[in-house]
Design a protein around this ligand. Structure first.
Ligand SMILES: Nc1ncnc2c1ncn2[C@@H]1O[C@H](COP(=O)(O)OP(=O)(O)OP(=O)(O)O)[C@@H](O)[C@H]1O
Ligand SMILES: [Mg+2]
Length: 361
């Protein structure tokens, strides 16, 4: 995998935090036998530092020039806020999503990043709940054998009689038999448990194995406006199935030091799926998660993400808060657990951005 193929980041090669320099080819250990024994030893090749660059301070910043007026709070329909958002760009004034006049066909969006613990499941649950609040019918697909999205919505994975595994592997099972309503209005769940890990192996034998999820979702697309797929932290066959079944991808990215590492592999997988399996797949947006605006570190990482992906980065950023781990314990989304919290507002803002970028949703 060539990291320089990562679109828009060629100029960043070698500067990305944690992007280690390519080592020099090994030097010969002993002198060639033709040299006389008295030849003085060659000076040692200077060792390149393997520590990540610490020149954050000198790295270029997004080009937006901030004026005092930009930074002054404004009062509009959304209440007091700054004109410049956490990504350093002017905040768009997004309309409140109108309730839909009809249901479906669903926009299918995969939450995808093979890096673990970046906020895929948290985003699936809370974005799903925020979209459901607008009156749209939403289905969340737990597509991770860890069953985290199921747990986060109060479903115990080991108690499941039927899960997404049965739907994928048994032709006589219908989606309606597996889908469960949740305590949130307009929000349904297609749950998963550890059985799904067997599907990764068993699907390899199937004809058109990459299309299995798309095939089983086909009949229920008219029943929903938005279907969100919570992918596992891998780029294996299950994730390829999720990308093949989707129109869009949201990439949650934790605002920390190694955030950009591995993204080349993800964008490469997306490009291959677009090329060979699903030409309608598009990146809906990159979402900064677990952002701590008090640290320069998090702000600098977010700056780098905006430099690399520009307009594809959502204006909404999800800040770090202990409220999210709490919601997992109670098994409900932030929008019902703490409806007026900043965290709930952020996911509602994200829902507006996602719906604006996928108008059919
Ligand atoms: N904005 C946030 N602030 C604080 N904690 C968060 C935030 N978002 C997620 N978390 C917590 O971080 C942990 C990882 O989040 P999450 O499970 O959503 O990541 P993931 O990408 O789905 O992980 P995995 O790759 O294992 O599936 C969870 O404990 C979650 O509660
Ligand atoms: Mg997860």
């Amino acid at each position: 995998m060539n990291e320089s193929t990562f679109p828009g980041t060629e100029h960043l090669s070698g500067q990305i935090p944690g992007h280690l320099p390519v080592p020099e080819p090994a030097q010969p250990i002993s002198a060639p036998p033709s040299l006389p024994p008295s030849t003085p030893p060659r000076p040692a090749t200077p060792q390149r530092s393997l520590t990540p660059p610490e020149n954050y301070a000198e790295m270029p910043r997004p080009t937006a020039k901030l004026t005092a007026e930009d930074l002054s709070p404004v009062n509009d329909a959304h209440g007091p806020r700054n004109k410049i958002g956490p990504t350093g760009r002017p905040l768009p004034d997004l309309p409140e999503p109108k309730p839909p006049t009809k249901t479906g066909p669903a926009q299918v969006i995969a939450m995808c990043n093979q890096k673990g613990g970046v906020g895929k499941t948290t985003t699936t649950i809370n974005l799903g709940a925020a979209i459901a609040e607008t009156g749209r019918k939403v289905l969340l697909i737990d597509f991770d054998p860890q069953g985290s999205a199921s747990i986060g919505l109060g479903v115990q994975p080991h108690d499941l009689e039927l899960s997404v595994y049965n739907l994928l592997m048994q032709r006589d099972i219908t989606p309606e038999e597996v889908i469960q309503p949740t305590r949130v209005e307009n929000l349904d769940l297609l749950p998963a448990n550890i059985d799904l890990s067997a599907a990764e192996v068993q699907l390899v034998q199937e004809v058109a194995r990459e299309y299995t999820l798309q095939r089983v979702l086909e009949p229920i697309l008219p029943n929903y406006d938005v279907i969100l797929i919570d992918c596992a932290p891998s780029l294996g066959l299950l994730t390829v199935n999720a990308l093949t079944a989707s129109n869009g991808i949201v990439v949650p990215l934790e605002c920390e030091f190694f955030a950009l590492r591995g993204l080349a592999m993800l964008t490469d997988t997306i490009a291959k799926v677009q090329d060979r399996l699903n030409p309608k797949l598009e990146i809906v947006g990159i979402l900064g998660t677990m952002f701590d605006g008090r640290t320069t570190h998090a702000r600098e990482v977010l700056d780098r993400v905006v430099q690399a992906f520009d307009e594809r980065v959502f204006h909404t950023v999800i800040r770090r808060t202990v409220k999210f781990p709490e919601t997992t314990v109670v098994g409900e989304p932030i929008t019902t657990y703490a409806p007026s919290s900043q965290a709930a507002t952020q996911y509602r803002d994200l829902a507006k951005e996602v719906l604006a970028r996928c108008p059919a949703g």
